[in-house]
Design a protein around this ligand. Structure first.
Ligand code: SF4
Length: 350
């Protein structure tokens, strides 16, 4: 029996019934521009009877990706402007991104690093580059947290991950290690005892931020994979991207946040989509995003509330962009809006 492998070409997409045969040539043009990979788990999750399936929309290439908008940029969140050595992004004083690998088990069609990831992307750091990246961290006592992202760091073998973790363990001033990944959802079987041991081998407080955008991604297998991580002492938080046609609906967004909390994953970031090339069909307006986020307030528990975040283009970092619930009226008086949209004076008059 041959092991199942990811779908990577237009021909394989057509063979799997994920695009029509007549689309094969057009889709191969998209696939030659932006990496394609759909893991077997995700291919099974797609509802082939639904032309608007939110899982397919995230992973199956679309001709709309060849339409570029003037405001889009190759490096939408400005990683390059803050990269002192290969593999490091140092945007905030107390933390760095460590991008050890630029490969993912799936390629999201809205990816903010789509110009860097993929088989033809920036690849994996060489041993010398990894040495230099770790030396950069070791030489800066202000670095408190190291965030492994990429690419997806959980595609590294437990041996390679464990090697990085053991080397981070030797850097006293690093207290927290965080991984950003899609693996528990898209390849849940990869989360085994070997991987978990590697993740924990730094001995630091270890966090895993799980990227998922639709409640159907939180399958029984994904929830079990998350449980294995959490039961081993790893803290999990979520990150999602607000995406037109995937989760731009109050019920879907509420179900997603509840699914995270039921899985013991604290909702953390809800990103406004970045200005990545060929992703205009996923973007909604900030006002639409604010209305969706406001809709969560009245619907779901405080535990289910993520922060609505915009990464400011150019590398200026993150800003919370939820609509304000309070307006200053002057003289120490305010108007505050409740979850039903009713306005109240603060302090109350009379
Ligand atoms: S997993 Fe992350 S880095 Fe990889 S394609 Fe998706 S959004 Fe991009």
């Amino acid at each position: 029996m041959t092991a199942e492998r990811a779908i990577r070409t237009a021909r394989e997409l057509a063979d799997a019934g994920l695009v029509g045969r007549e689309q094969e040539e057009a889709i191969s043009r998209v696939a030659s521009r932006y990496a394609v990979a759909i893991s077997p788990t995700i291919a099974r999750l797609v509802d082939r009877d639904d032309p608007n399936d939110p899982i397919a929309r995230q992973f199956v290439p679309d001709m709309a990706e060849l339409t570029l908008m003037p405001e889009e940029r190759a490096d939408p969140i400005g990683d390059g402007a803050h990269s002192p050595v290969a593999g490091i992004v140092h945007r905030y004083p107390d933390r760095v991104l460590l991008k050890a690998v630029h490969v993912c088990p799936v390629y999201c069609r809205f990816c903010f690093r789509r110009e860097m990831v993929g088989p033809e992307g920036l690849g994996t750091l060489t041993p010398a580059e990894l040495d230099a990246a770790l030396a950069y961290i070791a030489g800066r006592p202000e670095i408190w947290e190291v965030i492994l992202t990429g690419g997806d760091p959980l595609v590294l073998s437990p041996r390679r991950l464990g090697d990085i973790m053991v080397r981070l363990a030797e850097i006293d001033h690093v207290k927290v290690v965080r991984f950003h990944t899609r693996v528990p959802v898209v390849e849940p079987d990869r989360v085994d005892a070997g991987l978990i041991a590697a993740l924990k081998s730094s001995g630091k407080a270890t966090y895993v931020a799980l990227h998922a955008n639709h409640p159907r991604e939180l399958t029984a297998e994904a929830r079990a994979a998350a449980a294995r991580l959490i039961d081993a002492g790893i803290v999990m938080v979520s990150q999602s991207v607000l995406l037109k046609g995937v989760n731009d609906d109050p019920d879907v967004l509420a179900a997603l946040m509840r699914a995270f909390v039921e899985t013991r994953i604290k909702p953390y970031y809800l990103h406004h989509p970045d200005l990545a090339p060929g992703t205009g069909h996923f973007r909604l307006s900030i006002e639409e995003g604010q209305a969706l986020v406001a809709s969560l307030r009245g619907r779901v528990s405080g535990l289910c509330q993520p922060a609505y975040i915009l990464d400011i283009p150019g590398g200026h970092g993150k800003a919370v962009v939820s609509a304000g619930a309070i307006e200053a009226e002057g003289g120490g008086c305010y108007t505050v809006t409740d979850f039903r949209g009713n306005r109240h004076d603060y302090p109350p008059k009379g």
